[in-house]
Design a protein around this ligand. Structure first.
Ligand code: FPP
Length: 226
C-alpha cells in the first residue's frame, strides 16, 4: 500500500453510448451527459489535490464514427473550451492538450489554443485534454521530432507531447472495459489501472474516491521487489 493520492490521474471516459442506449436516447445525449460528468470530476479532482488530470476526450480512431456524432462531440469540446473560463479562473485550472493538433478542425484548434493561452499562468490543477490523441501516434510524432537516431528513452520522452508532466500514476476506465485503447502508451507503462463498472455519465465524486482508495492500497514496485 502506498497511501498516496495520485499526482497524475488519467481517465478513459467510456460508456456514453451505452448510457444513452440503456435509456432509449440518442448516443449524442450520452455525450452531453458525459460532458457534465467531466465538469463534475474536474472539480472533484481539483478539490482532492490532484495536480494533473488527463481526460481521453477524442482519439485518433474516433474519426471513424458517424459524421453526426463526431460533429456533436467537437461541438461539446468547443462549448467546454469557450464557456468555462470563469470556472478555470475561479479554480486556477490550466488547460493543456495532448494529441495531434494539426489534425483538428481549424475552429476547434483555434478555440483550444485560446484556452491554452488564457489559462497558461493558472497554478492549480492542470487538465490535459487528450484530443485527437493516440498513444502510437504520439510516439511516431515524437520519433519524427527527435530526428535520426540512435534513440534513448530520455531522448524520446523529451519529444512527447507534454514532456514536463509526470507519468500518470492511476488510470481509471469506466464502463467495465479492460483495455488501454491507445491511451498514454508510453507514459502509462507503470500506471495502476482501476476499472469502474459505471457508465461515464454516472461517474461521480464517490466513485472517484473509491478509485483513489483502491490506488492508495496498491503496492507500486516498478518491476522491482518490495
Ligand atoms: C466514450 O463513450 C466517449 C467518447 C468517445 C467521447 C468523450 C467525450 C465527452 C465525455 C464529452 C466532451 C468532454 C470534454 C472534457 C470536453 P462511447 O461513445 O465510446 O460509449 P460506448 O462505448 O458505450 O458506445
Amino acid at each position: 500500500m502506498n497511501g498516496q493520492t495520485p499526482d497524475h490521474l488519467g481517465i478513459i471516459m467510456d460508456g456514453n453510448g451505452r448510457w444513452a442506449k440503456s435509456r432509449g436516447l440518442a448516443r449524442t445525449q450520452g455525450h452531453l451527459e458525459g460532458l457534465k460528468a467531466a465538469k463534475r470530476i474536474v472539480k472533484a479532482a481539483s478539490d482532492r489535490g490532484i495536480a494533473y488530470l488527463t481526460l481521453y476526450t477524442f482519439s485518433t480512431e474516433n474519426w471513424k464514427r458517424a459524421a453526426e456524432e463526431v460533429g456533436f462531440i467537437m461541438g461539446l469540446v468547443r462549448q467546454y473550451l469557450r464557456g468555462e473560463f470563469d470556472f478555470y479562473r475561479e479554480n486556477a485550472i490550466r488547460i493543456r492538450h495532448a494529441g495531434d493538433r494539426e489534425g483538428l478542425p481549424a475552429d476547434i484548434r483555434a478555440e483550444l489554443e485560446k484556452a491554452l493561452e488564457d489559462t497558461r499562468d493558472f497554478t492549480g490543477m492542470q487538465v490535459i485534454l487528450a484530443l485527437n490523441y493516440g498513444g502510437r501516434d504520439e510516439i511516431v510524432r515524437a520519433v519524427n521530432r527527435a530526428g535520426p537516431g540512435p534513440f534513448t528513452e530520455a531522448l524520446l520522452r523529451s519529444h512527447l507531447d507534454n514532456p514536463d508532466l509526470p507519468d500518470p500514476d492511476l488510470i481509471i476506465r469506466t464502463a467495465g472495459e479492460f483495455r488501454t485503447s491507445n491511451f498514454l502508451l508510453w507514459e502509462g507503462a507503470y500506471a495502476e489501472y482501476y476499472i469502474s463498472e459505471k457508465f461515464w455519465p454516472d461517474f461521480n465524486g464517490e466513485d472517484l474516491d473509491a478509485a483513489l482508495g483502491a490506488y492508495g492500497g496498491r503496492d507500486r514496485r516498478y518491476g522491482g521487489l518490495p
